[in-house]
Design a binder for this molecule. Sequence first.
Ligand SMILES: [Mg+2]
Length: 260
Amino acid sequence: MALYDLIGKQNNKSLARLWHSKPKSTIELSYLISTESPDEAARKARFAHENGYKGLDVKIGFDLKQDLEIVDAVKHTAPNLYFRVDANQGYSFSNAVKAAKHFEKIGVDIFEQPLKANDLLGHAQLRRKTSVPIALDESIWTAADLIQAVRFEACDTAVIKLTKMAGLTGARRCGEIGREAGLELVGGGLTESTLGLSASAHLFNYLEIETPVDQNGPMFLFDDPVEEGPRIEESTVHLTDGAGIGCKVNSSKLEKYKVE
Ligand SMILES: [Mg+2]
């Protein structure tokens, strides 16, 4: 990321322009719902709907019955939002099939990583039993992983994340291969600061990812090293077209958080 930022700054071009992609002024964030209570899930879905979010990302994968109650409560409360359901490897094959059948009925846009990361064959078999698109996240860290997933026909969608894929070069390579292989791409993140969010946004725009992305890092962080950069307004991130990644980092904060 630092090298791309430097190259951009030396050429006085944002990452988007450096990559000859069309700079977009905004990206849309999805709203994260992670709870064991269907009532709380419904409350959060209502909040997201009322505050202009276009998509929801619901974490499940614990107890099938409770999970379905949570998903139902969310769908009932906010039926028209883009609906991504992420089981984080939590299901057995038989429970994944039961969940997928239920999701077909109520309408879920993506069923993410239901089975263990190394179970590509299981995901491929699940895909043949359901019409709900299956996304892989923890199964795909590198371009080699992505190629294996394509060879196994294990997914419809790949989750692109900067940190998981070791930075912009790795994540961009995964995205390009996935796109050429005919996969859908969705964007995600770990708990990055605004700096990571901004670099991810350039990449997602370059890869033409249009669905709301799971990039909620800054709202979970106590502090942020970025003093000038994109402006986050509820569900919308307003990007700058500044050189490189487009952020100005506060150097005294870098000093403060430095690990010797
Ligand atoms: Mg995930």
